[in-house]
Ligand binder design. Structure first.
Ligand code: C2E
Ligand code: MG
Ligand code: MG
Length: 714
């Protein structure tokens, strides 16, 4: 392919040149450098495709790693150099366009996949080589046996030419012959090696079976064995090998010599360690990462009886603000500094610090007595964050919230422990942050139930688990029932009947309140029609009306007016049979846009009531602006009348509110009337209607029939 200078093809070729220059010196290839470059070019092209593709093709990147091994780049240094080269040049030469952040992230993933593919291919190759060595050993056994008895020269050629280290010793362990490869591996001369005995080559990392297998072999009880074994070189460094030892017998079949074949695996081992390190550590801070932490937590929780664990789960307060205002680079530097400080907090045996991701860190401690230890650890962490962190010449104050869990090993799974820590951390955060809290099973259970309820809400609506109770609204003047407030309940399959305070906030939070509210409205309006058909005409002092509560989210929902009109029309109910209750707090500071739908509804004849009035500290003068026609005095006013004699100031306040409301043409309803005395008191003060246990608790719609009936016939 001809490459126009500076064009994509030319740039790709330049990348391949740089790559081949970097890797060639350590590749065990017989090609020349330009030939080698031509071998790398297709691989470079594949890397470019992976870098640019929309989705990340991990198998393809791994295949490139494997292809390197096929191209005789088996020295681990080739991988290191390849990764450096990809890191520095791939994006530069192979991406014409794209978001730099995205390309960097893609390049990092690509490097990981290449490394993984390389390691896997190398491992496979090693297994194949081991097989080949075993074969060679068998052959050599024959060759040596032959050689010892016949052709010494032929044996010498195999022995000296072999790329793997070969040594022959007698059964007492005296080393008789070694080849050049072996002397190079050990960094010892031929005589130096032969001066040592086999038994001198012990190493602290020897597997328990290593010497047992050896003894069995020299006793003639086994023909060969294979182990991974370390040796000290004279300079103190360690040589790791794949070692295969075979027994050589003489012509009569009696054991005579031991033959050792060794492959140097030191570099590969280092590479594996490095890959393992990379897989278990966070690239930014160098701390152990999430998967490493889980390993350790699992271990701590699996420790036998008498062991305990303690966990601090830290989330920085307001870290997002730092990221958003100073940029991600500044955020990164802050995290690195925090990581350093945390690390210094957990240096005792059994303690570790890890980064779970983002601005979340954990500190773990394990041992027989972690109770006071974990407290001290949390305190150390809080103290470590006290001093401001200097980033780009700015002094940033860092605060954090910590959830602390401590307990005996063997009772909970890692996921359960982490969930408890997470919940507790959020408790610390919602208490204002900059503190640590201790886990509390009851608080955990509440959150878990809350969470469970939240996720169960949508299905509950579909399954018809909600129902409505009605509480009558009574006229204080004549004692007649004027209507009822619809109050929703949830018949939960496990928890039984739940009041609205348990689930309305959750439904508001998830948005389910809109369909749920619509359902309540539909049911209630239908109920109103039934009442009107039965009692509305002829008998009852006034047609029965229905009050339905509206959440703030429903107020801002664009379908409010349309849905309400539709529901009323479908049920054949006049708008004046409906009263929507909106809390005072939802309307504080409401602008005209928010009030528009309510105003539309009010114009159509729907009453709007201001619920829980007196709790929201709204400006009384504001009432004029609102399209409301009813004030519902909050229960707290009624409660203060329970005392006898009632506080004269409270009475004055209620009297004042009633007078003001009436002057604005508003009807006043009182909530929470529990005694006859209260009812009388409120009547005297001028309130119009009342609601409360004194008349009836919320109940099924039939109950209201009875009340209204009694009323109508009285
Ligand atoms: P609310 O609108 O102020 O409803 C009055 C609450 O006072 C009801 O509580 C009622 O059972 C209770 N109550 C009535 N009389 C008495 C009494 O004499 N003494 C005492 N101590 N309490 C009395 P509930 O049913 O638990 O409802 C609580 C709140 O949940 C309601 O307060 C309302 O804001 C909300 N809610 C109920 N149903 C719905 C609904 O369908 N949609 C929305 N958005 N909110 C609803
Ligand atoms: Mg209400
Ligand atoms: Mg209320």
């Amino acid at each position: 392919m001809t490459a126009e200078p500076g064009g994509p093809e030319d740039r790709l070729r330049r990348f391949a040149t740089i790559w081949s220059r970097a890797v060639y010196p350590v590749a065990s290839t017989s090609s020349t450098r330009p030939e080698f470059e031509r071998e790398l070019l297709p691989l470079a092209r594949r890397l470019r495709e992976v870098l640019r593709a929309r989705g990340f093709d991990a198998p393809e990147a791994r295949a490139v790693g494997a292809a390197l091994v096929d191209a005789h780049c088996t020295d681990p240094d080739t991988l290191a150099r390849t990764l450096d080269c990809v890191d520095a040049y791939l994006v530069l030469y192979c991406a014409e366009e794209g978001d730099p952040e995205h390309l960097r992230a893609r390049s990092a993933r690509l490097q990981h996949a290449v490394a993984a593919g390389f390691a896997a291919a190398l491992r496979e190759r090693t297994l194949a080589e081991q097989e080949a060595i075993a074969q060679a050993a068998l052959k050599a056994q024959g060759v040596v046996a032959e050689a010892l008895h016949a052709s010494e020269a032929r044996f010498r050629a195999v022995f000296e030419g072999a790329a793997i280290g070969i040594g022959i010793a007698d059964l007492e362990g005296n080393i008789l012959q070694v080849n050049g490869a072996l002397t190079r591996m050990f960094g010892l001369s031929d005589t130096g090696l032969r001066a040592r005995r086999v038994r001198d080559w012990t190493h602290p990392d020897d597997a328990p079976q290593t010497w047992r297998l050896h003894d069995e072999l020299v006793r003639g009880e086994r023909e060969h064995y294979h182990v991974e074994k370390a040796f000290y070189r004279p300079d103190g460094t360690v040589l790791w090998t794949n070692l295969t030892v075979s027994l050589l017998r003489d012509a009569d079949g009696s054991p005579q010599y031991q033959l050792a074949l060794m492959e140097d695996t030191t570099e590969r081992r280092l590479l594996n360690l490095r890959l393992r390190y990379e897989a278990t550590h966070d690239a930014l801070t160098g701390l152990p990462n999430r998967s490493f932490f889980f390993e350790r937590l699992e271990k701590a929780l699996a420790a036998g009886p008498g062991h305990r664990f303690g966990l601090c789960y830290l989330d920085l307060d307001g870290f997002k603000t730092v990221n958003d205002s100073l940029g991600h680079a500044a955020g990164d530097r802050l995290l690195v500094e925090v990581a350093d400080r945390l690390q210094a907090c957990a240096t005792a045996p059994g303690e570790m610090v890890a980064r779970l991701g983002g601005d979340e860190f954990v500190a773990l401690t394990a041992g027989p007595d972690t109770g006071p230890g974990v407290d001290a650890l949390a305190t150390r962490i809080m103290n470590a964050l006290l001093a401001p962190i200097s980033v780009d010449g700015r002094e940033l104050t860092v605060r954090g919230s910590i959830g602390v869990v401590e307990g005996p090993a063997g009772e909970r799974s890692p996921a359960e422990v982490l969930r408890s820590a997470d919940i507790t951390m959020y408790r610390a955060k919602s208490a204002g942050g900059n503190r640590y809290e201790l886990a509390d099973p009851e608080a955990d259970a509440r959150v878990i139930t809350r969470h469970g309820l939240t996720t169960a809400l949508p299905a509950a609506l579909e399954r018809g688990e909600f129902f409505i109770e009605y509480q009558p609204l009574v006229h204080l003047g004549d004692g007649g029932v004027r209507g009822a407030e619809a109050l929703v309940r949830w018949l939960h399959p496990q928890h039984g009947v739940l009041g609205p305070d348990r689930f309305i906030p959750l439904a508001e939070h998830t948005g389910l309140i809109v369909p749920l509210g619509r359902w309540v409205l539909e049911q209630s309006v239908r109920q109103a029609r039934t009442w009107r058909e039965r009692y509305g005409t002829g008998g009852a002092p006034a047609p029965l009306r229905i009050n339905v509560n509206l959440s703030p989210c429903q107020l801002t929902h664009p379908g409010l007016v349309r849905d309400t009109v539709e529901i009323l029309e479908r049920a054949g109910v006049e708008p004046d049979a409906l009263c929507l209750e909106v809390t005072e707090s939802a309307l504080i500071g409401a602008d005209d846009d928010l009030l528009k739908p309510l105003r539309r509804l009010a114009e159509m004849g729907v009453d709007i009531a201001l619920d829980d009035f007196g709790t929201g500290y709204s400006n009384l003068a504001n009432l004029r602006r609102l399209p409301v026609s009813i004030l519902k005095l909050d229960r707290s006013f009624t409660q203060s009348m329970q005392r006898f004699p009632a506080d004269p100031v409270d009475l004055k306040i209620v009297e004042g509110i009633v007078a003001l409301a009436h002057s604005l043409d508003l009807t006043v309803t009182v909530e929470g009337v529990e005694t006859g005395a209260q009812a009388e008191q409120l009547r005297v003060l001028g309130c119009d209607t009342a609601q409360g246990w004194y008349y009836a608790r919320p109940g099924p719609p039939e109950r209201l029939h009875d009340l209204a009936l009694v009323d109508a016939t009285a």
